[in-house]
Design a protein. Structure first.
Length: 357
């Protein structure tokens, strides 16, 4: 009887220790806070911001990076000498660089040349290397090329985000939201609002809502230059677009992890309004948030208006994806905004008028 044995005890031991280190990182972390956004009590509509910026690497993508590393380790794709390669608009690469350093692995981030200098600095701080490309749509093939060239592993967040996370529970972001809402006036949210980068967060939350039989609806806020909104509206997954100016969300193609069937509504948010909402959130709450959070909150404002107009009571939950300190030179810089042709002042005035003075 013939057989081939490829058991590698030393590699299995390394993988076991690597999994322990990644799991220990999660065990050291507390849950992220759910903040109340100040709305008039007589509206009987409550808005909550789940603050994902408090993760060790400062963004929602810390959850994804942890899941992707565990997925790669469990599948046998990552070993003790594997070079990790990722295509990213920045935040996932920051988080993956952190985990690669934790495991002693080399890391290369393939990113658009327009990625903020602050994110590039963070990746390099964690020991990663940044490989910048002029065309945002070229990051996928360039990542595959580098992985093949180095004998490494292309993590491919855009393909694996929706399957690397356990959407049934196990302390995923959806389960966390519903657990934290239990003692609130409207514990089952009317809406949960998120953006889409990989599509993994909306897939996880949408599946969880259906699996647990909640009446909650899922809205995805999308940005200018993104393929998600036109792809969802038309039902055409082959739609392409120029790419997003709001880092972390919006893609030039409909990504494999984007699951349109779990989304109840998509809301297109102009970039100027996303950035205005980012500044407005800081004015109202004192919390310094990034542009993708502005996109989320801008969409929430429209849903609140709709609920109030219909005399509907309830709650809305959205995410603080990362901190505004990553965007000082861009969304927080008047010269950059002017260079992009973005006038946020009319939107800022409109948002300020939304709340009674």
């Amino acid at each position: 009887m013939d057989f081939v044995d490829r058991h590698a005890p030393a590699t299995r031991q390394w993988v076991a220790e690597a999994v322990r280190k990644v799991e220990a990182d999660a065990n050291r972390s507390c849950d992220t806070h759910l903040h109340v956004f100040p709305l008039p009590s007589e509206w009987e509509v409550n808005l909550y911001l789940k603050d994902e910026s408090v993760h060790p690497t400062g963004s929602l993508k810390h959850r994804l990076a942890r899941s992707l590393f565990l997925y790669g380790l469990a599948n046998g794709w990552i070993g003790p000498t594997t070079t990790i390669v990722e295509a990213s608009s920045g935040s996932t690469a920051v988080s993956e660089a952190y985990f690669a350093r934790l495991l002693g692995l080399p890391f290369i981030a393939v990113m658009p040349a327009a990625t903020s200098p602050e994110k590039i600095h963070l990746i390099e701080f964690y020991g990663g290397k940044c490989h910048l490309v002029g065309d945002p749509g070229a990051i996928y093939e360039e990542s595959r090329r580098l992985a093949a060239e180095t004998g490494g592993h292309f993590m491919d967040q855009f393909t694996y985000a929706e399957r690397a996370t356990d959407w049934r529970g196990n302390n995923n972001i959806a389960e966390s939201i519903f657990d934290q809402m239990l003692m609130e006036p409207h514990p089952e949210p009317t809406w949960i609002v998120v953006g889409a980068g990989t599509g993994g967060t909306s897939a996880t939350i949408g599946r969880f809502i259906r699996y647990r039989r909640y009446p909650t609806r899922l809205a995805v806020a999308d940005v200018e230059g993104s393929a998600f909104y036109p792809g969802w509206v038309s039902g055409d997954p082959e739609v392409t677009a120029p790419g997003s100016r709001i880092e972390g969300i919006g893609r030039p193609r409909v990504e494999p992890s984007f699951l349109p069937t779990v989304i109840d509504r998509m809301i297109a948010v102009p970039d100027a309004r996303s950035i205005a909402a980012m500044h407005w959130v800081r004015e109202v709450t004192g919390r310094d948030v990034g542009g993708s959070t502005g996109t989320n909150v801008a969409a929430c404002v429209e849903l609140i208006k709709e609920m109030r107009g219909a005399g509907e009571r309830g709650s809305i939950v959205t995410l603080i994806c990362d901190s505004g300190d990553r965007y000082r030179g861009t969304y927080g810089n008047p010269a950059w905004l002017a260079g992009q042709g973005l006038d946020i002042e009319p939107h800022l005035a409109d948002l300020r008028a939304f709340l009674p003075s």
